[in-house]
Write a protein that binds this ligand. Sequence first.
Ligand code: SAJ
Length: 412
Amino acid sequence: MLGLGYIGLPTSLLLAQNFEVIGVDINNDVVEKLNSGQIPFKEPGLNDLFLKVKNNFRASTNVDYADVFLIAVPTPLDKSVKVADLKHVQSAARMIFPYLKEGNLVILESTVPPGSSEQLVAPILGRSGLKQGDFGLVHCPERAIPGNTIYEMIHNDRIIGGFDYSSLDRAKEIYASFVRGNLYLTDIRTAELVKLMENSYRDINIALANEFAQIAEECKINIWEAIFLANKHPRVNILKPGPGVGGHCISIDPWFLTEGTTKCRMVSLAREINDSMPNYVLKIVRELLDKINEPTITVLGVSYKGNVDDTRETPALKFIKLAENEGFNVKVHDPYVKVFYKNILNFNEAVMGSDCIIVMTDHDIFKNIKPEHVSNIMRNKNLVDTRSIFNIELWKKAGFNIRVLGDGKQIP
Ligand code: SAJ
């Protein structure tokens, strides 16, 4: 397995239940941590699985001969041009080809623009001197959601795309060792497109919820109640509005679709709407605090979504930078996150003397915050809840001015 991150490590450990797995990563700290018995990030069930399969798994910074090579390295976005940066996939393929032998199978799990397996990965593997068919190449995009990765890796259906039936059958056999969902076979480009369609679909639906939230504010309607009621229709499932879309997948993958075509208007528009949500949240904060001189604000939650420690592409970062540029003094608290662009303070430090709390992430633990306690240590009692997680009546009783994203009924 090349790449021991959020996808590569859990997949390696699930495979290690039945195969001997060498996990390769260019980050020596990750390799040393794993070989000394520690896992490098938190994910429910990961540590237990690690303890169970440890004897079938070792980590290394070097590739070795193997029967099957899997690639699960990051495919970031080059943000300046909105084009996929495939350097890690390229370098993984380059690390593999010197070890590639007849009969080997290479599986690409990383998300890539349509055509990449064929145009980029296959030619690099061809430098081994072997021809397509001497070795197999398939694409099996990952589908697991951070926070529930192990369960989803086992239970979700998977798509495997390949050039020939014998590679597809072998790949199917390997995944069947731990996947209880169905395994669907197709060609390699279709598998690449399917993955991008899935994440674009979710991005578009979140953008729709975010647009509805803004409409509801103008019409003095509570969007959370309206969505609850609309979702009582048997064929409607509107997602939740929020401060924007983060994470390494949904905020990035749709751009991999747009880069190779001129037919991506809706996909691009959804990106634009979701990326503008931090600006919209700041507008709410600005309106609420317009009478306060040199305001101090407290951001609760900087991970990209609830109950995880992952801050990749978090909308909180854009919000904080925009707020700082306008002269707001920003303090930050997140019980999950250790390292961030700003110092993570403990809860009391973050709230002490503040003029406004802004909930950016729906960590369950935030629901236990007692408004009376908070109101005693803040300078002014203002609350902006972008995830609608608080019991508003309790906060009102404690004397707070409140804005819930999408709740037009609260706007005076
Ligand atoms: N979000 C909302 N409203 C919602 C749902 C999510 O604002 O109703 C926000 C979240 O707060 C977060 C972002 O969207 O900032 C993305 O979170 P998520 O939970 O929707 O998805 P990810 O990025 O954690 O994982 C997604 C999943 N894709 C789909 O659901 C189609 C996962 O299955 C993929 O494996 C993963 O991307 C990936 O690696 O591609």
